[in-house]
Ligand binder design. Structure first.
Ligand code: NDP
Length: 310
């Protein structure tokens, strides 16, 4: 029985070696060289892989996403019916995202855009001191990534709030859920951080209505998926001053077209979907564990809940 790997050519061999280092008996097939379709029992795939293609493997027992997000795997046609999908829950993915969120919250909190503009003008001007205890952070999504980022921000002394699908308690974080909870949290979020999965319920959630609820001059930090944000609404809010700045790692589509207004916007800071990048050696143990579990018929870990969409 074999494991099918499918990702960018540049990292395919790195993934193969990371899996083989943990279990040298695994037979790895690198897409498109799948060999006999009847040999494939697990598929470890990244965004570009066509889910319809996975219907070719009659003995497939498990699909593993090479990232934390699975929206690309669940969109139509979706995985073959009845085949479980696991995602990555990885310490290094989580810590990288925490760093990226901190970087951008601090960038806005410490008036970095303003100081860079002043530097370009050779202008020696001190701005009012920012008060950490008064800069309220609202995080959309308190899962693996959101909870970790919340802890880092709390550690620096920011008041932190979080919004989830189900009621949730997180130490030191004021939590909200549901439509009313979202409105209440947004009204007090000086910085709105999006760390939600992309699902039908969260697509376009950062729209004119939500942005209009933020305190005037708030900041938006999106490390989740581009389609969470309605770009025209964010650009309008930036241009009106309702939103004072946005840090964006993710876009719809990616790569962002070169003529998109974000590229040159003075109040937008961009990274190319690089906030948190999967490191195969770190992610491999849970993938191999799941392959062994699937073979033995034992319960799988980090499974996607198809009904919830993440
Ligand atoms: P988790 O599944 O651990 O957490 C998701 C959180 O979002 C949970 O708190 C969940 O609520 C909440 N949520 C989901 N749907 C809703 C909803 N409809 N309303 C309110 N809250 C909701 O995900 P992760 O933290 O691991 O990852 C989050 C996302 O980050 C990924 O899906 C991916 O898209 C993105 N990502 C981006 C990366 C990058 O480099 N830019 C890298 C890695 C991930 P509840 O607690 O009730 O379940």
């Amino acid at each position: 029985m074999a494991v099918l790997l499918s990702t960018k050519t540049a990292v395919m061999a790195v993934w193969r070696d990371a899996l083989l280092a943990l279990d040298p008996t695994l037979e790895i097939r690198m897409f498109p060289d799948a060999g006999d379709p009847a040999d494939i029992e697990a598929a470890v795939v990244w965004t570009a892989h066509d889910m319809a293609e996975l219907r070719r493997y009659p003995k497939l027992k498990l699909i593993v996403s090479m990232g934390a997000g699975v929206d690309h795997l669940l969109r139509p046609p979706g995985p073959p019916p009845g085949i479980p999908v696991a995602r990555l829950v990885d310490r290094m993915l989580t810590s990288q995202m925490g760093e990226w969120v901190l970087l951008n919250v601090l960038r806005f909190h410490r008036q970095d855009l303003e100081y860079r503009a002043l530097q370009r003008e050779r202008s020696w001007l001190e701005l009012p001191a920012p008060v950490t205890a008064e800069r309220r952070i609202g995080i959309l999504g308190l899962g693996e990534l959101g909870t970790h980022a919340a802890g880092l921000l709390r550690g620096l002394g920011f008041p932190v709030m979080g919004w989830t699908r189900r009621p949730r308690q997180v130490e030191g974080v004021e939590t909200f859920h549901g439509e009313d909870g979202l409105a209440a949290m947004a009204g007090r979020s000086d910085v709105l951080v999006c760390l939600l999965p992309l699902t039908p319920a969260t697509r376009g959630i950062v729209d004119a209505r939500l942005l209009g609820r933020l305190p005037r001059g708030a900041f938006v930090v999106n490390g989740a998926r581009g389609a969470h944000v309605v770009d025209a609404d964010l650009l309008a809010a930036l241009d009106s001053g309702q939103v004072a700045g946005a840090a964006l790692d993710v876009f719809d589509p990616e790569p962002l077209p070169v003529d998109h207004p974000y590229w040159a916007h003075p109040r937008v800071v961009m990274t190319p979907h690089a906030a948190s990048i999967t490191i195969p050696a770190s992610a491999a143990p849970q993938v191999v564990d799941n392959i062994h579990r699937a073979r033995a018929g034992r319960p799988l870990i980090n499974l996607v809940d198809f009904a919830a969409g993440y």
